[in-house]
Structure formats: C-alpha cells, structure tokens
Write a protein that binds this ligand. Structure first.
Ligand code: NAD
Ligand code: DAU
Length: 405
C-alpha cells in the first residue's frame, strides 16, 4: 500500500517472519487494514483481538475467511483490550501491535461516556503494560526484538480548528468525551515511549468513510436513510467542515507509518477533500438521485466542533500520498452500500431502533426543512458549488487532488 520509501529503509518489515496483533480489527478501519494487508499475500500473519461491540462484526472479515491462503495466516480472538489475561499472550507473540480498538462515535460519547474511557484509557494502558513486559522478556533473552506499538488516534484531539491547519505540534484541545478519551490514550502512549523507551508511533487520522462503515456515522447514515426515503437529520446549519479520507487511504497511511515512522513519531493523516456537511449531503443525494427535501435541520450536537483541518507535510515527507479523491471515494461507497444491503440492514438491527430514538426522536420532531443548495454558474475556475461552500480552503480544486497538500 505504500507509495514511496524513505531512504533509511523500513523500521519494521512485513512478510513471512512478521506477526501483527490488530486490536479492533473487526471494525470499519481495522478490518480494512486486515483485508488489505492479507490480500497482498506477502506472508504476513495477523491476529485480530476484538470485543465485538455493536460496532464490530466478523462479517467485515468474511473476505479473508473465504480465501484459504489468507485464512491460513489469520486468527480471530474475541476479547477486551482492557483484560490483561486476554491481551498478554497475544502481545507475547506479536512483532507489532496496532490499536484500532475504541468506542468511536461522538454522539454516543455524549449520551454515555464511560465505555469510551474504559477502552480508550484503561484498554490502552493494558496494551502498553503488556508491551512493557515484552521489553523485559527481550532484555532477559526470552524473545527477539520487542513489539512496535501503533496507536490509531484522531484529528479530533486538536479540537475545533477555525482557521488554518493543525500541525503535530499544535496543543491538544479535545472538546467531546470521545476526543478527550482519545487524547488521554495517546498521551499514555507517548509517556511509555519517554519513560520506558517503548518503540511507539501515533497516527491522527481525518474523518474516514467507505465500505463497511457503521451506519451511525454521517455518510452511511444519510446514505442508508436516503435509500429508505427516511429524513436526513443535519445538525445545526450544516456548515461544519470535515476533511474526508477514504478508508483504504487511511489504512494504507497507517501501514506506511508502521513500517517507516520514526520511534516516538506522531503523524497527521489528512483527507483528500475539505467539505461542509451540506456539500457532502448534496453530493451524496446527487449520486443516489434522491431529493434534497429529505434533509431536515435538527438541533445541534452539544459542543459540536466546527472544523477539522490538518497539515500533512510530515506524512508526505515519509513518502505517503493519498490515492482516492472525495468524488471517487463517495462513488465507491455508494456502490458498495447499494450492493451490500444485507450487511447494513444487520448493522441497523439489535439496539439500533432504541439508539435512533434516543439520538434523533426529539430532534426530528423539532426538525425543519432546509433551503436547497444554490447552484452557482460554472465559471472559468471550475464547477458550480453548493451553498455554504466558501470558507478557509473551501471547495478548492486543491482539495480534490488525492494527497494534494
Ligand atoms: P469502529 O467503531 O468501526 O470499530 C471499533 C472496533 O473496536 C469494533 O470492532 C469494536 O468491536 C472494537 N472494540 C471496541 N472496544 C473494544 C475493546 N474494549 N476491546 C476490543 N475491541 C474493542 O471504529 P473505526 O471507525 O473503525 O475507528 C477505528 C479507530 O480509528 C478508532 O480508534 C477511532 O478512534 C480511530 N479513528 C476513526 C476515524 C473515523 O472517521 N472513523 C478517524 C480517525 C481515527
Ligand atoms: O475526525 C475524525 C473523527 O471522525 C473520528 O475520530 C470519529 O471516530 C468519527 O466518528 C468522526 O467523527 P465526527 O463527529 O466528525 O463524524 P460524524 O460522522 O459523527 O459526523 C460528521 C459531521 O456530520 C459532523 O459535523 C456532525 C454531522 N452530523 C453527523 C450525524 C451522525 C450530522 O449533521 N447529522 C448526523 O446525524
């Protein structure tokens, strides 16, 4: 998946000698990483440790199980990263640990923060302690090189970036329980590097979208609701801005940092297109050929971050470029959800109805229609733009170019 190699060569080589422990590997981004690495058939072995919360599903790993060569290099263990007994023996076998496991939905963190802290802070601590034990075993000659640890973090740790972009040196200012738990988790990771000398890397990814994303998140929620002709609950004025990263680019950048990242290094993983939520929804409805009248403006998310935006120079210097533009990624996502109705219907079962009512019942009752986007005439600089598209770096051609920063 890497697109360029720094001159110093990899810190970690993947191949027949390498065994990765991927925690949270039955979720959206983790399962993409597992599918992509195993499909390359370079001999790398992967163990997934996943608690299978409402967000995880073994179905996400079905393509691996369906292929005998990949299945032979893959093992699934159901368990909790906050359980030292489950974690220790798996870390003991690993050359690297990649921690994708988290409660990942901001709205749920506002309803019920506790699980976010248990997995995001205690769980990370348990994984780090198990790695520290492996350093002691290595020092005693009981194993070879101890494991590299990669923590999958998020751009939300910077809080809302009203103008400009966050670099890796920008102070952390998380504003939701989810983001605060993610910041606490990565600070622990950094502390274990400084205090105990663990080889760690941290990635801070942008808003990710694509196949297999749980339908609680903006793009798959609005996509599946639109297919059902149900209302689309747009928070507030819909002019919040996110920088969208296609899931294979996120997984690929994580692999690149795993292989080439400097010990102790922190890497922003920006997306390939900053958009307002209104622009995202308009593009989605266009592809689905569904009317704008489905969109309802509903009371806002408390503490809603207005904008996320990151500088990607450090990742670019490491040799990584995103490959998938927002337009291409959205098209692929729509095609996948259309073709995989059984998958998303299963994800919208169980506690879905209760969650939906709690999150959206009163909001939708108070919802109002939203003015449709006004098409601007196509000028010499390019296509017409949806309303609300202006702002810092808004709707620029640069944002449309894969890795264009
Ligand atoms: P997800 O919710 O789809 O998947 C999370 C997975 O972790 C699920 O399979 C779940 O069962 C598992 N899990 C949860 N708690 C666990 C525990 N205690 N022990 C073991 N497994 C557990 O999340 P995602 O969107 O794939 O996000 C993966 C990671 O990437 C998270 O750490 C998230 O914070 C981070 N991230 C996500 C995005 C995004 O836009 N989705 C962007 C940047 C960073
Ligand atoms: O930026 C990275 C983060 O992106 C990840 O760390 C999180 O795990 C991931 O969930 C995501 O967080 P967001 O809060 O940005 O994503 P979400 O899909 O929940 O919302 C995207 C935007 O859409 C945000 O401005 C809120 C808005 N929104 C969302 C939902 C679910 C709505 O307007 N209506 C909705 O119903």
């Amino acid at each position: 998946m890497s697109t360029g190699e720094p001159s110093g060569g990899p810190v970690l080589r993947l191949g027949p000698e390498t065994h990765l422990l991927v925690t949270g590997g039955a979720g959206f981004i983790g399962s993409c990483f597992v599918r992509e690495v195993l499909a390359r058939r370079d001999g790398t072995r992967i163990t997934v440790l996943d608690k299978l919360t409402y967000a995880g599903s073994e179905e996400n790993l079905a393509p691996v199980r369906a292929d005998p060569e990949q299945a032979a290099r893959f093992r699934f263990v159901r368990g909790d990263i906050a359980d030292p007994e489950a974690v220790r023996p798996l870390v003991a076998e690993a050359d690297a640990v990649l921690n994708f496991a988290a409660e990942s939905h901001v709205d749920r963190s506002i309803l019920d923060p506790e699980a976010f802290l248990r997995t995001g802070v205690i769980g990370v601590h348990v994984l780090l302690e198990a790695c520290r034990g492996e350093y002691e075993r290595a020092a005693a000659g009981e194993r070879g090189r101890p494991p590299r640890f990669l923590q999958v973090s998020t751009d939300e740790v910077y809080g809302s970036i009203e103008v400009g972009v966050a670099t890796e040196e920008t102070p952390l200012a998380p504003r939701s329980p989810y983001a605060a738990a993610k910041a606490a988790g990565e600070l622990l990771v950094r502390a274990y590097h400084v205090t105990y000398g663990l080889d760690v890397v941290i990635t801070r990814g942008a808003n990710t979208y694509g196949p297999y994303q749980h339908p609680e998140k903006l793009i798959p929620l609005f996509l599946t609701n639109a297919l059902e002709s149900e209302p689309l609950p747009l928070y507030g004025d819909g002019l919040q801005r996110r920088d969208w990263l296609y899931v294979t680019d996120h997984a690929g950048a994580i692999e690149h940092v795993l292989r080439f990242g400097e010990p102790g290094g922190i890497y922003n993983l920006p997306g390939s297109g900053e958009r307002t939520n209104r622009e995202v929804v308009a593009a989605l409805l266009d592809l689905l050929e569904r009317p704008w009248s489905l969109v309802r403006s509903v009371p806002d998310r408390p503490g809603h971050d207005r904008r996320y935006a990151m500088d990607g120079a450090r990742l670019a210097a490491l040799g990584w470029r995103n490959r998938v533009s927002f337009e291409e990624g959205l098209r692929r996502t729509v095609d996948w959800f259309r073709a995989n109705e059984a998958w998303w219907r299963a994800m919208r079962s169980g506690d879905w109805a209760a969650y939906y009512e709690r999150q959206y019942g009163a909001r939708l009752a108070a919802g109002r229609p939203v003015e449709p986007p006004v098409e601007e005439p196509v000028g010499p600089m390019g296509r017409a733009k949806a309303a609300g598209g202006s702002g810092p770096r808004g709707g620029s051609a640069e944002g449309d170019v894969p890795g264009g920063r």
